[in-house]
Design a protein around this ligand. Structure first.
Ligand code: SAM
Length: 269
């Protein structure tokens, strides 16, 4: 792991995992220099009106991986603060993509105090072109007031000239992928979902500003593209780097790079 206080684009970024605060790291990337962004932010699940996720005492949620939050983020911000943070992240992401670029921003709607909390307050004003429904397995619904939630959403936030590659528009807007198992990160993407997104575009460089266990990186390299991964947790960056290394012999396109770097931003110390 190399310690850095200033990162230089593109050498310090491409095919690297950067451990640091996402906005601070993104600020060091020049305008319009990444083709595509695919990400899933922390959902702020522990700021909840329900009892289980709120304080982590467990109960019904005793087995939910996210009850403990992330290694370096407690997932429990006041709602307004969280919304403002996510809007600032999206503004920074929008700055980084060119006129034919796009952001695939995954989020989850949920019921709070008996009413749906969609994420309109986060995405209002951003150029949302489409909402893709990611149909996944539910869990157990203990609340008799509503049906078992079984989907998340992916906002396609696109600049005007963004286009899919030929035939990708034949996919519908409801995608069914089961959750990822066999991953120590509490909230990983299923890799098939990210491969669907990346392979639907011609993007060569793909940024995930909340990289977690490195699913976007692995999907990008499987498809012969470049990635930039940012996560506040040096532990998750190491997990992601190890995951790529373990797959070097599985996917021939990954082998082209001999090693992937982890950069630790100085402010993390
Ligand atoms: C939903 S998870 C992403 C999981 C990822 N899609 C995967 O496949 O493993 C969100 C991630 O955001 C990270 N995170 C939280 N706050 C952050 C911040 N300020 N800057 C960078 N990363 C942050 C967490 O450590 C967590 O790994």
């Amino acid at each position: 792991m190399t310690k850095k206080d200033v990162l230089v684009y593109p050498n310090d970024f491409l095919n690297s995992f950067i451990a640091g605060d996402t906005i601070e790291v993104m600020k060091q990337i020049p305008d319009e220099s990444v083709d595509l962004i695919v990400t899933s932010p922390p959902y702020n699940l522990k700021n909840s009106t329900g009892n289980g996720m709120k304080d982590g005492r467990g109960g019904k949620w005793a087995n939910a991986a996210l009850v403990n939050g992330y290694s370096h983020h407690n997932d429990n911000m006041p709602h307004e603060e969280y919304t403002e943070w996510q809007r600032n992240c999206l503004s920074e992401m929008l700055r980084l993509i060119p006129d034919d670029g796009a952001i695939f921003y995954n989020h989850k709607w949920r019921v709070q105090s008996g009413l749906i909390q969609d994420r309109q307050d986060i995405v209002t004003g951003f150029p949302v072109r489409q909402i893709i429904i990611w149909k996944r397995k539910g869990g157990i619904n203990f609340n008799p007031g509503y049906f078992l939630p079984t989907y998340e959403v992916i906002y396609l936030i696109a600049k005007p000239k963004f286009r899919l590659v030929k035939k990708a528009n034949a996919h519908g807007d409801v995608w069914e992928f089961g959750q990822e198992s066999n991953n120590k990160h509490p909230a990983p993407f299923p890799i098939g979902l990210i491969e669907r997104i990346i392979s639907s575009t011609k993007a060569q460089s793909i940024l995930d500003p909340f990289m977690g266990s490195g699913t976007t990186a692995l999907a990008a390299k499987k498809l012969g593209r470049d990635f930039i991964g940012i996560d506040i947790s040096p532990e998750y960056c190491q997990m992601a780097e190890k995951r790529l290394a373990e797959n070097i012999f599985t996917y021939p396109k990954i082998r082209k790079e001999s090693s992937y770097q982890i950069k630790l931003m100085e402010q993390n110390n």
